[in-house]
Write a protein that binds this ligand. Structure first.
Ligand code: ASP
Ligand code: MG
Length: 426
């Protein structure tokens, strides 16, 4: 007998039928003898619809009210799921993030979990109940304000509860069979990974792979929580995210695969600061300004300055939603820094090739660039880490780029197409 945490995403509880189906799976786990804690997301596209609704009321909803609004989505799914489980003869109780003891900092819309006081959940389990917890939400320590953890935050709730309760495994149920070598919605020949390390999963998530939220992977690595990503629509084994690297059949020996996957990201934009005086200190001024606006940047490229003018261009990428804030802050210091103009481009896409094995294999970038060349795709920016190479392309060429690179690295599956069971991918 053990303790498992199961998390069901929005597409797994999209309607009454789905909720009943998930309830059945939960009761099976419970009847097998395990203690079960379930974390649930809002039904289907509820969160998006609530955001749209708020935006119909005002262009700038106060973040505190936004959080109260959005947490309503998970309250609906948690209570319905508890009813569905009770209907199958298993006792279940649902809890909001606050009731479950999820304590966060006070950054509305992107709060961080600072503690989980899980005594109430423990009590529910000890009394023989399945505990259902609303994902993606918590409460501030001192003011008792309701917070949300950022889009996709239910994964983090699940991992945090698994850590607090010392669960054997945290199962993340989604609408695909696990972590794939690329998004199966774009690359139907993508292959399911049996195992992926925290390190690789962090880079995949940071590079736009949506199957797990970045913070959830960070949390899992820090607390050594084993994650099992799998589908609620099939009985298949999914992908384990752990410390131990996968092994692939090498030439006569077992070796780590070079590449674990190709991630893509459409959510970034590019800012170019044109005509920057090429003297010490200007880059610092520019990026201090962006940092003061609380914008996280990703890639940076500075061109060689033209000798006659002594001016250079600096481009960087950032989340597209932060574009207006960053450019407004930069405009305000234009005279002081002395640059000529600003360009904003939100029609870019980013492709990232990730794999721990690339540390020790030459030629990975060369093969990547050759694949893009053969597909006629222009590269606008490049950045690398030890286990990742990322490039920026035109947004409308991104899908082709992902497919070309996936094939070039021999990642295509020979076992037919990956199944996407549900969800709109919204
Ligand atoms: N319902 C929230 C969202 O869609 C949280 C989650 O699904 O994890 O972002
Ligand atoms: Mg969702």
């Amino acid at each position: 007998m053990g303790l498992i945490v199961q998390k069901y995403g929005g597409s797994s509880v999209a309607d009454a039928e789905s909720i009943k189906r998930v309830a059945k799976r939960i009761t099976e786990a419970r009847r097998a003898g395990d203690d079960v804690v379930v974390v649930v997301s809002a039904m289907g596209d509820t969160t998006d619809e609530l955001i749209d609704l708020a935006n119909d009321i005002t262009p700038l909803p106060p973040s505190r009210e936004m959080d109260i609004l959005l947490t309503a989505g998970e309250r609906i799914s948690m209570s319905l799921l508890a009813m569905a489980i009770a209907n199958l003869g298993v006792e279940a109780q649902s809890f909001t993030g606050q009731q479950a003891g999820v304590i966060t900092d006070d950054s509305h819309g992107r709060a961080r979990i600072i503690d989980v006081k899980a005594s109430r959940i423990r009590q529910a389990l000890d009394a023989g109940n399945v505990a259902i917890v609303a994902g993606f939400q918590g409460v501030t320590e001192h003011t008792n304000d309701v917070t949300t953890l950022g889009r996709g935050g239910s994964d983090t709730t699940a991992v945090a509860l698994a850590a607090a309760l010392d669960a054997d495994v945290c199962e993340i149920y989604t609408d695909v069979d696990g972590v794939f070598t690329a998004d199966p919605r774009i690359v139907p020949s993508a292959r399911k990974l049996d195992r992926v390390t925290y390190e690789e999963m962090l880079d995949l998530a940071a590079s736009g792979a949506k199957v797990l939220m970045l913070r959830c992977v960070e949390y899992a690595r820090r607390n050594e929580v084993t994650i099992h990503v799998r589908s609620s629509f099939s009985g298949r084994e999914g992908t384990l995210v752990t410390d131990e690297p996968a092994v692939a059949e090498g030439e006569g020996h077992m070796e780590q695969p070079i590449i674990s996957g190709v991630a893509h990201d459409r959510s970034e934009a590019k800012v170019t600061v044109v005509g920057v005086p090429d003297v010490p200190g200007t880059a610092a001024q520019i990026f201090e300004t962006v940092a003061a606006a609380e914008v996280n940047i990703d890639m940076i490229v500075q061109n060689v300055s033209v000798a006659q003018t002594g001016l250079t261009d600096i481009s960087f990428t950032l989340p597209a939603v932060d574009g207006p804030r960053a450019t407004a802050a930069l405009k305000a210091v234009q005279e002081q820094v002395g640059f000529e103009s600003l360009q904003f481009d939100d029609t870019i896409g980013k492709l990232s090739l990730v794999g721990a094995g690339m540390k020790s294999h030459p030629g990975v970038s060369a093969r990547l660039f050759a694949a893009l060349r053969d597909a006629g795709i222009n590269i606008e920016m490049i950045s690398t880490s030890e286990i990742r190479v990322s490039v920026v392309t035109r947004a409308d060429q991104l899908d082709d780029a992902v497919r070309a690179v996936h094939t070039a690295f021999g990642l295509d599956s020979s076992e037919g197409e990956a199944v996407v069971y549900g969800g709109t991918g919204r």
